[in-house]
Design a protein around this ligand. Structure first.
Ligand code: ADP
Ligand code: MG
Ligand code: MG
Length: 934
């Protein structure tokens, strides 16, 4: 016999346990004495709140165990179900219902895409409970129960899988609903919505066909909003809807309400593998195994007259991070209208309304009681989750219901501000704040804004939906974006966007819509992608036929340039200049937290004063790699350098080296002065000499003329220096073995420069060594010059570990030097035997075929190259306990590689100046894996 416990529970129930409306909490919130900021809540209020929360713990005995366990399991309930379960746990006003867990979705696919009877039986039983709780009947008199059927995976995917509202209506129940509510108009309005959604979502009929009917009817009746359609008009709309369904499918939508429900559940499970959802998951690297949950909930109605409304709300401003409520609402409407962006919603707060100079009254002004309650509940939710919440709510005849809460998407700037503010408010600690910021958010913050010192032509304004500036050519057809975006920046201009546009939005530089509000699809997605976006630019007409945009008197053909400023909402003619954003106070504070948390030093790779200055502005510990050959890149210096290389006899070469000494010294001195005593690791000449020489006959002739040398001599010398495999040829320390005078010159320049500045922490680095004897040989060159030039100037010597043999010899090399700098680029090339320049041709195939997880030149190959590094670290340190070990090379700026470097106790990483902030953040985040803080 089956024991109850052995029956698998597929469902999670919510919204039953408290009568919120009559609770002391509800009274407390509405009570005058608790008005004011939720932050400053009184002890008395806290006690009421806690009592309420305890009263709302599950009381239905059968599932208590399951419910206690499941209510905190996001992967089981999906993000939406999880939010509802949590609100249920807090005893907040949510319409009762239940969630079919993601196990149900996996089961559906395991069973060859069928809904198991055991699951269905539980659903039917649950409906009975819902009927009891609501006093309504599913599919019958006196008051028909209507349901909302909602999808929701663990990771929230805005708009990815559709929600069906008003399920349970048919010709008969609509009549009954009209009777029960004494409002036939409301009943038929709901029925119209149901047919529309059921037919498009479940039966696959193009949604626009229905929208057209309503638009025509609005025009015929001369009303602006759907709410203006009377009962007669609604009947006519429904008739035409039914004809559309019949014409397209040769059948009708089900009149049997249980059939409606069953098909809806199946459709949601099926939508998990629909193209939109798959695209979204691919773009966001979401694991395909997870599946979606289905939430079935009793309906509440925002479309029951002017004391009913629906809206969304963020507990903080998602663009700026300001700690003020931000959101929109629509009177006498249901939620999907708001998300669709087809109508202009009203603002929640007076402040928000004033900010965009909206004339329509805000919720705060028009419905102060509801606003106050909503504000309190929203702030409680934020405190509960310790995260900015994105909340959906509906008011039915004056009564507030919460329908969804989740962590809100936000701009990069808002993310940083909110994280820092929450640390200050004591809601989270610094570790948590640092974990909450993504690398691409930091990247966005370092992006450019409009240069104020130029005249620009503003064509029109829209709503500032996602910050940042983007210039690009106008494209109105999403299918044209892919091809054009290969060569040009593209601004995608649309009426509104839908989930089908995700692919082209990802390729566009910016998004501009003529309809919709700040929480429309385009806005939400753009903020998530970090793209500048303007919504609701109503001054723009898209003329598809003539392929142009009409803005006032201006006609802009597709393909012409516009600039959008998503921070201000300005649409600007042409391409415009931008400037780097100044760090805002919270960003500085945030980077301060990062600096406190990280253990590794972060340095920059720089060889010019300009790069060093940028790097210093990001707060570096020094320069970790100064590539001296990069210092000859200007024309004059390059000419001198070439001359030196081309001199085949030693005396002539020494003469040119003397000339070079002057420019090297000048450049080193400027760098030293810029650094004000911060350490600088100067790498002596590394690349093969022929890399500096021209190879084209015409250029060779020019060079000969320039140097006043016979052409055949020059050509002959170039040929002499030519190598079959220069990467493995005469380069790095090997240059010093054959031409010691070159390194001697560089070292002399360094010491002479050091003598002329107040302070410098000089570190001289030898590239491409593989043996201790090489190191001793070159150290002798250095020390000889040192003694002659500046014996009292201290300096350090180190080597690059960039050949496997050097790593293997770590124990013999380490005692000779002060530091190792791991050159991960060359070490990857030489360990894998793959040239970085040629690898691109086949490394892709390795990744596609699953043979390599990552491009080893981007993310360090831990098992191979990483193992060598680890060995060098361990052996190097045991031979020389004072050895300092750093990383230079691309991997020094790659977060996943940095995680590894932290784990093996590297002392510092060095990366390009613009990566410094990201490298620091990665170093700080990596601390979560380190048990012992050193
Ligand atoms: P999405 O994933 O697009 O946010 P939701 O499931 O949240 O989908 O549903 C979209 C909208 O439908 C909600 O914002 C809400 O306004 C409305 N809605 C969902 N469930 C209900 C319900 N039980 N009663 C009334 N409206 C609902
Ligand atoms: Mg929602
Ligand atoms: Mg190298």
């Amino acid at each position: 016999m089956l024991n109850k416990k052995q029956i698998k529970n597929w469902l999670y129930r919510f919204g039953y346990d408290t009568d919120y409306a009559n609770s002391p909490l509800s009274k407390a919130i509405c009570d005058e004495q608790f008005l004011g900021e939720a932050k400053s809540r009184t002890a008395e209020y806290s006690a009421v709140f806690e009592e309420h929360r305890q009263a709302s713990t599950p009381k239905l005995p059968l599932e208590i165990e399951f419910r206690k366990r499941a209510h905190a399991d996001r992967s089981l309930l999906g993000n939406k179900g999880y939010g509802l379960a949590q609100m249920s746990y807090l005893g907040f006003p949510i319409p009762p219902g239940f969630t079919i867990t993601t196990d149900g979705c996996r089961n559906y696919y395991d069973q060859g895409q069928t809904l198991a009877e055991t699951i269905w039986d539980q659903v039917v039983a649950e409906i009975k409970l819902l009927e009891k709780a609501t006093g309504k009947q599913f599919g019958s008199a006196p008051f028909p129960l209507l349901l909302s059927v909602r999808s929701g995976a663990k990771t929230s995917m805005p708009g990815m899988m559709d929600t069906l509202l008003n399920l349970g209506l048919n010709d008969e129940t609509t009549e009954l609903l009209g009777h029960a509510t004494q409002d036939a108009r409301f009943a038929y309005d709901s029925y119209r919505r149901f047919i529309e959604m059921y037919s498009s979502i479940i039966m696959g009929i193009d949604h626009h066909l229905f929208v057209e009917v309503v638009e025509e009817m609005k025009a015929a009746e001369n009303v602006h909003h759907e709410a203006g359609l009377g009962l007669g008009a609604l009947h006519a709309v429904i008739d035409r809807y039914k004809k559309i369904v019949w014409a397209h499918t040769g059948t009708t939508y089900p009149q049997d309400v249980f059939e409606q429900l069953r098909k809806a559940i199946v459709a949601i499970f099926a939508s998990w593998n629909g193209p939109r959802a798959v695209t979204y998951r691919t773009l966001n690297h979401i694991n395909d195994q997870a599946g979606t949950a289905v939430t079935i909930q009793s309906m509440v109605f925002g479309n029951r007259g002017t004391d009913s409304l629906t809206g969304v709300l963020f507990t903080r401003n998602p663009s700026t991070g300001e700690p003020t409520l931000f959101g929109e609402y629509l009177i006498n409407a249901q939620g999907e209208e708001l998300v669709s962006g087809l109508v202009t919603p009203r603002q929640i707060t007076r402040q928000g309304r004033q900010a965009i100079q909206d004339k329509q009254a805000s919720l705060e002004e028009a419905y102060p009681v509801v606003f106050n309650e909503l504000r309190h509940l929203a702030m409680e939710l934020e405190s509960h989750f310790k995260e900015m919440q994105d909340i959906e709510y509906t008011v039915e005849q004056g009564k507030l219901w919460l329908l969804q809460t989740r962590n809100g998407k936000r701009s990069a700037k808002a993310a940083v501000k909110i994280a820092v503010d929450m640390v200050c408010e004591g809601k989270i600690d610094a570790e948590e704040a640092v974990q909450r910021i993504d690398y691409n958010q930091i990247e966005q913050l370092l992006h450019a804004t409009l240069d104020a010192h130029q005249s620009i032509e503003i064509l029109t304004h829209g709503l500032p939906a996602a910050p940042g500036v983007a210039s690009g050519v106008i494209v109105c057809a999403p299918e044209e974006v892919a091809a054009l975006s290969k060569t040009e920046n593209v601004i995608l201009v649309r009426g509104e966007t839908s989930p089908d546009d995700i692919g082209s939005m990802a390729k566009a530089a910016g998004i501009l819509t003529t309809k919709g509000g700040m929480t429309a699809h385009a806005a939400v997605v753009a903020r998530g992608m970090g793209k500048p976006c303007i919504c609701g630019a109503r001054g723009i007409t898209i003329d598809m036929e003539n392929r142009l945009l009409l803005i006032g008197q201006t006609k802009l053909p597709m393909g012409s340039y516009v600039t959008i400023d998503g921070t201000t909402g300005a649409v600007i003619k042409g391409k415009v200049a931008t400037v780097q954003q100044k760090p805002f106070p919270e960003f500085v504070t945030f980077m301060g937290l990062v600096d406190q948390l990280k253990r590794m030093e972060v340095r920059a790779n720089a060889e010019t004063v300009q790069d060093a200055t940028v790097a210093l502005s990001f707060g570096i510990a020094g320069i970790g790699l100064c590539r001296t050959e990069h210092m000859f890149f200007n024309v004059d210096d390059m000419r001198l350098f070439r001359k030196m290389i081309l001199m085949s006899d030693a005396t002539a070469r020494l003469n040119s080296l003397r000339e070079l000494l002057v420019v090297q010294k000048r450049d080193f001195k400027a760098l030293f002065q810029t650094l004000h005593g911060l350490p600088i690791t100067v790498r002596l000449l590394d690349p093969p000499l022929h890399e500096f020489l021209p190879h084209h006959p015409k250029e060779i002739a020019e060079l000969a003329l320039q140097l006043g040398c016979p052409l055949d001599e020059v050509a002959g010398r170039i040929e002499e220096l030519d190598e079959v495999n220069p990467m493995l040829g005469h380069r790095g320390a090997r240059l010093a073995i054959t031409f010691p005078e070159m390194y001697a010159m560089q070292v002399q320049a360094l010491f002479e420069a050091a003598l002329e500045v107040e302070q410098v922490a000089l570190e001289i680095m030898l590239p491409l060594v593989f043996d201790a004897k090489e190191v001793i040989f070159i150290k002798n060159i250095i020390e000889t010059v040192h003694q002659k030039t500046a014996p009292h100037i201290p300096y350090k010597v180190g080597v690059m570990i960039e050949l496997p043999r050097a790593a293997l010899q770590a124990a013999t090399i380490a005692p000779l030097v002060d530091f190792f700098s791991i050159g991960t680029n060359d070490l990857t090339q030489t360990t894998l035997g793959i040239s970085r320049d040629d690898g691109a041709k086949f490394l892709d195939s390795y990744q596609q075929k699953g043979l390599l997880q990552d491009d080893p030149f981007v993310t360090l190959d831990r098992e191979g190259v990483g193992a060598l590094i680890h060995m060098a670290v361990v052996e190097g340190r045991s031979a020389n306990p004072n050895l300092k070990i750093g990383i230079c090379g691309e991997h020094g700026g790659d977060p996943r590689s940095i995680e590894f470097f932290e784990s093996i106790g590297i002392d510092y990483i060095s990366c390009s100046p613009y990566r410094v902030a990201i490298a620091k953040l990665a170093a700080a985040k990596a601390m979560r894996f380190t048990d012992v803080r050193r």
